[in-house]
Design a protein around this ligand. Structure first.
Ligand code: NDP
Length: 294
């Protein structure tokens, strides 16, 4: 068997084009342009790169972006003060605080400060709480898991009644992914570092989501024939043939898994591009919410 490759790059491009068109229509109909504020604290290279990528995606979608950078020594009050100011700014629809924040900062308190209707990352405890509850819906769903759900949908994977195994239980990926799949009527198992017999659990899964951060940990012999495999992991693997000395690989051993799976996301080019695309979609939705209140 040779798996269907779920092309995240192409699907993300489609989502971004949909958002671009919706933003253009909103502007033509109402004169309103969505705005995303980014808050970067400190000078971490990876975080700076992510913020730049998000600002570039905004420009391409026709969304205004407002970049705010605070020094790594910024206090809790300074960061929360900036968020409060952005909450009050009518030109800002979405507020993205780039994580992780420095160690001396209470991350949860900062996320709590974000206006629920501007929580485009979907990390506000109330949004996560609504995601966890039956019959309730959050205003925004965290972008990476929302992107994974969109990939499953585009690939035609049936979630209702499916056995889904999520490896990883982080607040930003594993946990919300499990809640989304459960809402989509899958029977969900969450595995983590204390799970006994990980392979046994994964082997039962019609849908496997790997969000571990461990290079190629899920191997083909752990995959049920025909399963859909979503690989969230982004890891560096030494590769002397590359100029930079490494290449990016996922949490799934791609070659061996693709030989057994029914559908699989590659790394790079799978889940990665979806995160920013869904952030654009969430920002557009935040603008719709703001407009509906005018
Ligand atoms: P975390 O480190 O926050 O969580 C990792 C999870 O994996 C934890 O729940 C941990 O268990 C579990 N785990 C660790 N080791 C094992 C093991 N040996 N067996 C089973 N479970 C294990 O990572 P994130 O969720 O933030 O990220 C996961 C991966 O996804 C990373 O590679 C990250 O780079 C990538 N990522 C990609 C994104 C994208 O846009 N494509 C966005 C965000 C993340 P425990 O809870 O017990 O510690």
């Amino acid at each position: 068997m040779s798996a269907q490759i779920i092309d995240g790059k192409a699907i993300a491009a489609k989502v971004r084009e949909e958002v671009r068109q919706a933003v253009a229509k909103m502007k033509a109909d109402t004169g309103y342009v969505p705005g995303l504020a980014t808050v970067l604290v400190g000078d971490d290279t990876a975080s700076s790169t992510y913020v730049r990528m998000k600002q570039k995606a905004c420009a391409e979608a026709g969304i205004h972006s407002f970049g705010h950078t605070l020094p790594g020594s910024a206090t809790q009050a300074e960061i929360e003060g900036l968020v409060a100011q952005l909450n009050d700014d009518p030109t800002v629809n979405g507020i993205l605080v780039q994580l992780p924040l420095p160690d001396h900062i209470d991350e949860e308190a900062v996320l709590n400060t974000i206006d629920l209707e501007k929580d485009v990352d979907g990390f506000h405890p109330v949004n996560i709480g609504r995601l966890a509850m039956k019959g309730r819906d959050p205003l925004f769903v965290p972008c990476t898991p929302a992107g994974c759900m969109r990939l499953l949908k585009e690939a035609g994977v049936e979630t209702s009644g499916a056995e889904a195994v999520i490896v990883g239980r982080s607040n930003i990926v594993g946990l919300p992914m499990a809640m989304l799949l459960q809402k989509a009527n899958a029977t969900v198992t969450i595995c983590h570092s204390r799970t006994k017999d990980l392979a046994g659990h994964v082997r039962r899964a019609d849908i496997v989501v790997a969000a571990i951060g461990r290079t190629e940990m899920i191997t083909g012999d752990m995959i049920k024939p025909g399963a859909a495999v979503i690989d969230v992991g982004i890891n560096r693997k030494e590769d002397a043939s590359k100029k930079r000395g490494y290449r990016l690989v996922g949490d799934v051993a791609y070659e061996s898994a693709a030989a057994v799976a029914g559908a699989i996301t590659p790394v790079p080019g799978g889940v990665g591009p979806m995160t920013i695309a869904l952030l654009m979609e969430n920002t557009y939705r935040a603008a719709e919410i703001a407009l509906s209140k005018k």
